[in-house]
Design a binder for this molecule. Structure first.
Ligand SMILES: Nc1ccn([C@@H]2O[C@H](COP(=O)(O)OP(=O)(O)OP(=O)(O)O)[C@@H](O)[C@H]2O)c(=O)n1
Ligand SMILES: C[C@](O)(CO)[C@H](O)COP(=O)(O)O
Length: 255
């Protein structure tokens, strides 16, 4: 069943899929990560608002934990997210992996949508300018677009020993100037994303991001500038940083 979009900037008819069905094991015990609070508001609500604010996004499909669809729907209603900023919100049940959750979200996107963004609920502070830039790059002709930032650390490739605590031999030091840490939302032409997800399902291929599937099937992926505040809340320290970033934003808004 496809879900209708709402009118916005129709020459850039984008929908967003928000995988939010993960447990958040690395964040530690508690509610599913997407429902954990940042500044008193669930991570998911922050992420959906950032997408809905984009001039391009007319529909947001939230992919909820399989047993949490009603709870997530209620939460989004309580925060008045649906229809706000002219974006409609749908909630569908997710799967066992991020990739499966994205595929399930994609399945309800209407055929008249040209551009699909995929954005982690776990990246609550993505600036709307990044969302707009990714959607615009796809609308301008790219088939897959990822926002990314340069690396701050030197990176070593190692040969994992598989034994916790045992030193790992270094194999190489890749040239850092050619590496990027990729974020979301990643943007795609709808038919490209659908095709690679279907192929990956048939071939049993798993990737850690959606652009990785496009690369796997010889599609072209381009990078646009991401933002340091679009980081993923993965471990407890990320939540501490996110609270600080949000507090700074709120203080600046009061000026
Ligand atoms: N089966 C899954 C697993 C992950 N995700 C989503 O994919 C995004 C990125 O995943 P990650 O940060 O790894 O989240 P978790 O899988 O929840 O984290 P962890 O690996 O620590 O459990 C998150 O918004 C998460 O909710 C999902 O929709 N369905
Ligand atoms: C999609 C992603 O956020 C891009 O950086 C990342 O690959 C998700 O990875 P995770 O293993 O689900 O944390």
């Amino acid at each position: 069943m496809a879900i209708p979009t709402s009118p916005k900037e129709q020459n850039l008819n984008a929908a967003a899929v928000v995988p939010a069905a993960g447990r958040g094991e690395r964040l530690g015990p508690g509610a599913p990560k997407a429902l954990r609070e940042l500044g008193g508001v669930p991570l998911l609500v922050h992420a959906v608002r950032a997408l809905a604010r984009s001039r391009a996004v007319t529909l947001v499909v939230v992919v909820a934990p399989v047993d949490g669809v009603a709870q997530v729907r209620q939460l989004l209603d309580d925060y008045g997210v649906d229809g706000h900023d002219s974006a409609r919100i749908a909630v569908v049940p997710g799967g066992a992996t991020r990739q499966e959750s994205v595929r399930l979200g994609l399945a309800v996107i209407p055929e008249d949508v040209d551009v699909v963004l995929v954005h982690d609920a776990a990246r609550p502070l993505v600036p709307v300018d990044v969302v707009d830039a990714v959607a615009r790059a796809v609308a301008d002709g790219a088939e897959a677009v990822v926002p990314a930032v340069p690396l701050a650390d030197t990176v070593k490739q190692v040969r994992p020993t598989g034994v916790p605590g045992r030193p790992e031999p270094v194999v190489a030091t890749p040239d850092r100037s050619t590496l990027r840490a990729v974020q979301t939302p990643q943007g795609f032409r709808r038919e490209v994303l659908l095709r690679v997800h279907e192929k990956a399902l048939n071939d049993g291929i798993e990737a850690t991001d959606d652009a990785g599937l496009v690369e796997r099937y010889a599609g072209s992926v381009v990078v646009v500038p991401g933002h340091e505040e679009a980081f993923k809340v993965t471990r407890p320290l990320d939540l501490v940083l996110a609270e600080a970033v949000l507090a700074r934003r709120r203080a600046l808004d009061e000026f």
